[in-house]
Design a protein around this ligand. Structure first.
Ligand code: C5P
Length: 229
C-alpha cells in the first residue's frame, strides 16, 4: 500500500545515509524531500538516483534572491529534470521569477508562506505590519496570482488556504504527527487524517519515519492513518 501524497523528509547528514533510508522505506513511500542539509553534499546527485529509481522528488531549497538569480537558479533546476516540486520564498518578485525560470518544464513551484519558526513577535521585529496568519493568507493570494502550483503551510492553516485557492492548488504540510507521536520541535501539528481533512494535498513527514526503528513500518502506519481521512 503506497500513498503518493506522503512525502518523507530525508533530513540526514549525508547522501549515503539518505539513500540507505530511502531504500529501507522502499515502496512504503515513493516521494522524498531533499532539503538544504543535503544540497551541499550531493543532494542533486541523490535526486538523480531517486528519479532513476522511479521516485518523486521534492527539492526544498527555499530560493530567495534577486529575481534574475532566482529565475536562473530555477532554470538550472528545471533543466536538471530531477525535481517534481521546488520551494521558493513566497514574495511576489521571487515567485514571478521562479515561474519564468521553470518555463514549460514539469517542475512545480511551491511558495513558502511564513516559516513555521516565526511567530507574530518575530515578524514585528522584522518590520512586518501584520501577524503570521494574515501574512500567510496574503501570500497565498499572491502565490495564486503569480502562477505558483501551491504553498507549504502548517496543517492548521490548510483549511483557510483551501477555502481561497483553486481546487488544484497544492497545500503541502509539514508538522504532521501520527496520533501519540513525539512532537520534537514541531509546535503546530495535526495527525495525518486531520491534515488531509483540512485540505492538505501532500504531507511531509520526517523524524516519525526516519527516526523509527522500522522506517518502512512507520511509513505504512502513516499511510494507513491517511486512508482514514
Ligand atoms: O518534524 P519533521 O522531522 O517531521 O520535519 C519534517 C519537515 O518539516 C522538515 O524537513 C522541515 O522542512 C519542516 N519543519 C518545520 N518546522 C519545524 C521543524 C521542521 O516546518 N519546527
Amino acid at each position: 500500500m503506497t500513498d503518493p501524497r506522503l512525502i518523507t523528509a530525508l533530513d540526514l547528514p549525508s547522501v549515503v545515509e539518505a539513500e540507505a533510508m530511502a531504500e529501507a522505506i522502499g515502496e512504503a513511500c515513493v516521494f522524498h524531500k531533499i532539503g538544504l542539509q543535503l544540497l551541499p553534499v550531493g543532494g542533486m546527485d541523490l535526486a538523480h538516483r531517486l528519479k532513476a529509481a522511479g521516485k518523486s522528488v521534492f527539492l526544498d531549497f527555499k530560493l530567495h534572491d534577486i529575481p534574475a538569480t532566482v529565475e536562473k537558479a530555477t532554470r538550472s533546476i528545471a533543466d536538471a529534470g530531477v525535481g517534481d516540486l521546488l520551494t521558493v520564498h513566497a514574495e511576489p518578485p521571487v515567485m514571478r521569477a521562479a515561474v519564468e525560470g521553470r518555463a514549460r518544464s514539469d517542475l512545480k513551484i511551491l511558495g513558502v508562506t511564513v516559516l513555521t519558526a516565526y511567530d507574530d513577535a518575530m515578524l514585528a521585529e522584522m518590520g512586518y505590519g501584520c501577524g503570521a496568519r494574515e501574512l500567510v493568507l496574503r501570500r497565498v493570494d499572491q502565490a495564486v496570482e503569480a502562477g505558483l502550483n501551491g504553498v507549504v503551510s502548517s496543517p492548521l492553516e490548510a483549511e483557510a488556504i483551501r477555502a481561497r485557492a483553486p481546487e488544484d492548488f497544492l497545500i503541502v504540510t509539514p508538522g504532521v504527527r501520527p496520533a501519540g507521536a513525539a512532537l520534537g520541535d514541531q509546535k503546530r501539528v495535526a495527525t495525518p487524517a486531520d491534515a488531509l481533512k483540512a485540505g492538505a494535498s501532500h504531507l511531509v513527514v520526517g523524524r516519525p519515519i526516519t527516526g523509527a526503528a522500522d522506517p518502512k513500518a512507520a511509513a505504512q502506519a502513516i499511510t494507513a492513518e491517511m486512508s482514514r481521512a
